[in-house]
Design a protein around this ligand. Structure first.
Ligand code: SPV
Ligand code: MG
Length: 562
């Protein structure tokens, strides 16, 4: 795995401005990552505030380090640590760099003020260190780093101290000479002009970093156009939460209940998700073998797909499950991901060219009537242990999915859950719907509320109202991925509805199937919904793909590792 320092270096090489937001703990860093920030600023102000002390060198390096470490542990994006003045002289800086590097911090930022510094927005004492002394700290930091990718950012406080552009530029140049990897030019009034002037006067090929807390009307684009490479929104999480918490607390006291604030609160599910509870449950399933209901997977792989796929030349003589994707059949790739997530009992049901299905670790059964029956019939052939006490996962045989998407589904506790992709509208195969197989689309309950939160990718759950190929793209909220999970109770229900529908429909049309015997899973799911049963869905926007065209196949070969 790449170090976070290497990731930050990559961001500096990428075109466009890098956007960081401040945090003081793991949760804040996680929210930054979820929101889509490129990195996290481990803010001295925020960390001090979290201890209820002024941002004035009151805490020691240990507290700042512990906070930064908890952030680095919690996210995959890089952390830039605000290290104040370096916690002492050059010897302290050497110790500091080693300690922060050891916790996978991507960059340390030190400022040219005298110890103990005071936050730059506090009027009064803003005394600067002599240039030579601060240059010594930068040289010490650069010599101390063990990872060549670790960045040392030198923060110039001349504008804060009211010493003007010339002093700011003089200091910045000296720090670059000393080896600084970037210059943070700080400023504390509502006008961005001093920063604009500084950026225009900056001719050196070393990136600039800014913290537009007071000159907040400037946009990231405007900063980028000035040639600034990184912007830090240093304390916005802290300030947003202070106001939100105070408002909610006041309302609870005033209304004498929590009813009116409930809607504004993050759901417990999100709290659990941020804490890693779904992963904990998956780990229990994988590593603590007793007490947790096992999950089996049934993979219907009987169809020939010959009239459905625009890739006849590749898959003419084999079932789709055996399609070679970068040296491994699809089915083997599915098995690897399923096993990694603790699903070990795998049953594939073949039909067309069944003899070609040869993947170790998968029980192979046969739907002899595959030519005259549909997918549901194959699925039930796979249900050998009809009173199975665990959960049943259905996986279509022509899809690829990753561990994260699968785990998201496996962490659901509802009786019947479908994994649905809500980004299907931007999926490139939509325009080709007429020529390709039509998509299994879904309509969901509460889709507007979900839409509003979609950007946050909070994995919201919803209820499925309609499913099928007849749903028009503009009316749909998502695409069924081909992965569905049933609890023992949900599975029993599916079987019951299958049996009663079989008796009722006989050879008549059944939802989208020309006859009941040709029913697919989605037809049964629609029947369950129509009979008043709840079918839940968990949403994803990535982590899977289906292969039903030559274009899909080429993309799959490009995306998956060998
Ligand atoms: C911090 O967040 O601690 C900073 C930025 O150093 S500022 O508060 O703007 O000085
Ligand atoms: Mg600070």
């Amino acid at each position: 795995m790449k170090s976070k320092a290497a990731l930050l270096r990559q961001l500096f090489l990428r075109p466009g401005i890098i956007r960081l937001v401040g945090a003081h703990d793991a949760l804040g860093a996680q929210l930054a990552e979820r929101a889509g920030f490129d990195g996290v600023w481990s803010s001295g102000l925020e960390i001090s505030a979290s201890y209820g002390v002024p941002d004035a060198g009151i805490l020691t390096m240990s507290e700042y380090l512990a906070a930064a470490e908890s952030m680095a542990d919690a996210v995959n994006i890089p952390i830039v640590a605000d290290c104040d003045t370096g916690y002492g002289n050059s010897n302290n800086v050497i110790h500091m760099v080693r300690k922060f590097e050891a916790t996978d911090i991507a960059a340390v930022c030190i400022e040219d003020k005298l110890f103990p510094k005071v936050n730059s927005f506090v009027p009064g004492r803003q005394e600067l260190a002599p240039i030579a002394e601060f240059v010594g700290k930068i040289v010490a930091a650069k010599n101390a780093q063990r990872d060549p990718d670790t960045m040392v950012i030198a923060r110039v406080e001349a504008l804060i101290a009211g010493l003007g552009q010339a002093e700011a530029l003089k200091r910045a140049h000296a720090y670059v000479e000393a080896g600084a990897d970037a210059i943070l030019i700080h400023h504390n009034t509502s006008s961005a002009q001093p920063i604009i002037d500084f950026a225009r006067g900056w001719k050196v090929n070393v990136p600039l970093v800014v913290v537009p807390t007071t000159y907040y009307t400037i946009t990231a684009k405007e900063l980028e156009d000035l040639g600034i490479k990184m912007v830090i929104y240093a304390n916005h999480g802290l300030r947003a939460s202070i106001n939100a918490v105070l408002d909610v607390y006041a309302e609870i006291l005033q209304t004498q209940s929590t009813a009116s604030v409930e809607k504004r609160l993050a759901p417990m599910k999100l709290v659990f998700e941020l804490q890693g509870m779904p992963q904990l449950k998956r780990n229990e399933e994988i590593y603590l073998r007793s007490g947790v209901a096992p999950t089996r997977a049934i993979i219907p792989a009987a169809g020939d797909h010959l009239d459905e796929y625009s890739m006849k030349d590749i898959a003419a003589d084999i079932p789709m499950a055996m399609l070679d994707v970068n040296g491994k059949p699809l089915l083997q790739r599915q098995r690897e991901v399923l096993n990694l997530s603790g699903v070990r009992e795998l049953i594939a049901v073949g039909g067309y060219r069944r003899e070609k299905i040869t993947v170790d670790g998968i029980k192979l059964l046969e739907n002899h009537l595959w030519e005259s029956t549909g997918e549901m019939a194959s699925i039930l052939v796979g249900d050998i242990e009809q009173k199975y006490a665990g959960r049943t996962l259905i996986s279509y045989s022509d899809i690829l999915f990753d561990k994260d998407a699968l785990n998201r589904l496996l962490s659901c506790e509802e009786d019947i859950v479908l994994l649905v992709d809500t980004s299907f509208g931007s999926h490139r195969h939509v325009p080709h719907q007429e020529v390709d197989r039509r998509l299994d689309l879904v309509r969901l309950a509460d889709s507007e509320a979900l839409q509003a939160r979609r950007n946050m990718n909070w994995g919201d759950q919803s209820r499925v109202l309609k499913i099928g190929k007849h749903i028009q793209v503009p009316d749909a909220h998502g695409e069924f991925t081909g992965l569905a999970l049933f609890s023992a109770k949900g599975w029993k229900l599916l079987r019951e509805v299958y049996e009663t529908s079989k008796r009722r429909y006989g050879d008549a049309q059944f939802h989208e199937a020309p006859t009941f015997s040709k029913a697919s899973l989605t037809d049964l799911v629609q029947e369950l919904i129509d009979q008043g049963h709840t079918v839940s869905c968990i949403q994803v926007t990535s982590g899977w793909m289906e292969i039903h065209s030559f274009e899909d196949y080429k993309l799959a070969c490009k995306l998956v590792a060998r």
